[in-house]
Design a protein around this ligand. Sequence first.
Ligand SMILES: Cc1cc2nc3c(=O)[nH]c(=O)nc-3n(C[C@H](O)[C@H](O)[C@H](O)COP(=O)(O)O)c2cc1C
Length: 366
Amino acid sequence: MRASSVPAPPTRRLLAAAGSTAYRRLARPALWRLDAERAHHATLVAADLLGRVAPTRALVAATGYAVPPARPVDLLGLRFDHRIGLAAGMDKDGRAVPTWVALGLGHVELGTVTARAQPGNPRPRMVRLPESAAVINRMGFNNEGVHALARRLRDARRAGLVRIPVGVSIGKSKVTPVEEAVPDYLASVAALDGLADYLAVNVSSPNTPGLRSLQDAEPLRALLTAVVRAAGDVPVLVKLAPDLTRSALEEAVGVGLDAGVAGFVATNTTLARGGVAPGEMALANGQTGGLSGAPLTVRAREVVGQVRSLTDLPLIGVGGVMTGADAAALVDAGADLVQLYTGLVYAGPALVAEAVAATIGDARWG
Ligand SMILES: Cc1cc2nc3c(=O)[nH]c(=O)nc-3n(C[C@H](O)[C@H](O)[C@H](O)COP(=O)(O)O)c2cc1C
């Protein structure tokens, strides 16, 4: 949608309010009749189909969610229309980039992909905690492998459908021992040559055995140095866990700086279960995996603040952004960009416009 065809703020507010009600009253109850993973799959299939041809893309853009280029943010050598993007894990295989663009997102992080295709953990592996506005997942990097993603991204770029920065999150294949992680990550870097606007090195998923040990100083140094060198001009970010102690976080950031990373992403899901509603605590304690959504809001903000106190490099804040105010608070804590995931599950796509409005600081878009 072009800026000139965008409705005035009052109309846009009405459209966003109507869209948000429609999502909560119609789409969400329908999706939530399915278990969490099927609902996610149905969303992706719909997003993929809607993105395939121009008329349905225009329909998506016309929902009133689409946010026009407003106040660009220059970061990582890239231009972002605004601060709000899609977090890794929503579109692991890069199936629906044109739809994310049409929805008004300012950037997308695809993946996490691994060098080899892999099925992930046994199902069920994703659980909603509705009272807590949260999700627990132990997906385990189910993905079709980096080559399938590279093919889709190449096709979308050739078709001129990628008008926003697209990062790709890379992780370790489960079959690869953690001591052999470096060549495994480098295979993904090579396969993405010329396709990713930035790379996010995922060493913080709790769902691949041993992965988080790559946040320790020496393995992290070896991994990041190798990835930065192999990536050439492509900026490399590292995504951190919210469960690091202050000193472990300082160490990881210091290693990242030494290795020449371009920035940081904070945070991934948490192993903690604080902030879960009392009525869902037993369920939450019985589930392994990473917790996301409202219980993570405060901790993610804290970690973003801590990373910002250690470096001026670009910082993507993610974790528990359920409202526009949460997005603005992450920016206040030091994030340059903000990503959404679980908030979209609960609030629907209208959250994009709400978060953009809250982080633009320009009344025209409010
Ligand atoms: C179902 C699910 C799958 C995820 N998969 C990935 C992933 O593959 N790679 C990654 O870096 N983060 C992944 N994440 C973490 C999100 O990108 C994000 O860091 C985290 O959920 C916190 O944000 P949120 O509270 O807004 O969801 C996943 C999250 C969920 C809920």
